[in-house]
Design a binder for this molecule. Sequence first.
Ligand code: NAP
Ligand code: G4F
Length: 384
Amino acid sequence: MNINTQKIALITGVTGQDGSYLVELLLEKGYMVHGIKRRASSFNTQRLDHLYVDQHESQVNFKLHYGDLTDSTNLIRIIQETKPDEIYNLGAMSHVKVSFDSPEYVANVDGIGTLRILEAIRILGLEKKTRIYQASTSELYGGLPENKNKYGFYDEKSPFYPRSPYAVAKIYGFWITKNYREAYNIFACNGILFNHESPRRGETFVTRKITMGVSQIALGLQNQLYLGNLDAQRDWGHAKDYVKAMWLILQQENPDDYVIATGKTIKVRDFVIMAFNYVGFDIKFVGHGVNEVGILEKINLDKFEKSTGVDFRNIEHVSEVGDVLLKIDPKYFRPTEVDILIGDPTKSKTDLGWEPSYDINDLVVDMMSSDIELFKKNNFSLFK
Ligand code: NAP
Ligand code: G4F
């Protein structure tokens, strides 16, 4: 790669789920990639370790810099040193439930953090050179039924109604990005991404919590799974597909905002059923509200052994038909919930040529197979 033509990208939130897939994509495309990571008391680069090369090697296309979205001077210095063609602002305290516990911090990182990046571009006079992708979110819609379009989806024109400190902070990020585009002609775009998951998803988001919990129950390592609201509906896609959309958004002729979604929605309850089904367990839900439970109704041994690679008779603390495998814990309820999210991907399909390659079944299979392997590896002596 000629270093004079090699594109330079800077990613905040590089250690997160999306950051790691985006680095892979940009390296494949020949970019020089810089990432900003926070200092932590132990290593927090597990999602990136397979991409990292010793910085003393001659050809290094991926560099990490210590930094934080709450620290303007540090952001200005990193942007000045790296002079990126593209910035992907993915850094955020991204957990909706946790945002109710740390609302001021979330406002600072997810809201003002976006402003700090945009101001750095202005201060450094990079308005014409640097394109910016802002990680906006479907949480902005708040799930109000009356705000869906006439086809029953949320699209780029649907009104926002944020229902958490996280969404309120992200709405500031959305509008300040749009404002800097209009006021200073910066190529700054919002990707309004609906939920996207993967085997690299943080362990406390509901899909990963389910695939990890179900994998451990199947392997006899855990008895039960505790969840909150099973009736919430989400439009779930795969993170690998969604980082491609981020890149496409910055390759267009003009800056704009795009909804990225699959256009389909299912309940948390359905995701639970699909995850158990992967290991051959049929689950039946009985009871209501906080007393609802998920009971093991049937086991398909063939399916269990094919999907886990483990002989059912070798599982020490095996689940039996009639066991309660899922319970509700109200501590996972939110003070204000987003009941339903479903996005309209028409504009991204038409303008970007973007379409998801994973459907919900592919997603469940990818996450479940990965977590089964993870727990088999971590408990090698039990499953050798
Ligand atoms: P994630 O896995 O939680 O990653 C968040 C990243 O932000 C991590 O690298 C984290 O660093 C970093 N970060 C947190 N606080 C920071 C700070 N003060 N300064 C600098 N970096 C900080 O999230 P994700 O799922 O990859 O999502 C990426 C972005 O898209 C986020 O902005 C999220 O809000 C948004 N989004 C996500 C979805 C989704 O469904 N995944 C949908 C719509 C929008 P540590 O590793 O040190 O914690
Ligand atoms: O997996 P979640 O925590 O994701 P949520 O709140 O939809 O937010 C994610 O997607 C947003 C895009 O729409 C992003 F902007 C955001 O950064 C994040 O990535 O919860 C999904 C649903 C909620 O309705 C929640 O109440 O699952 C419900 N749920 C039920 N039991 C649970 C649980 N959520 C979690 N985290 N843990 C539970 O035990």
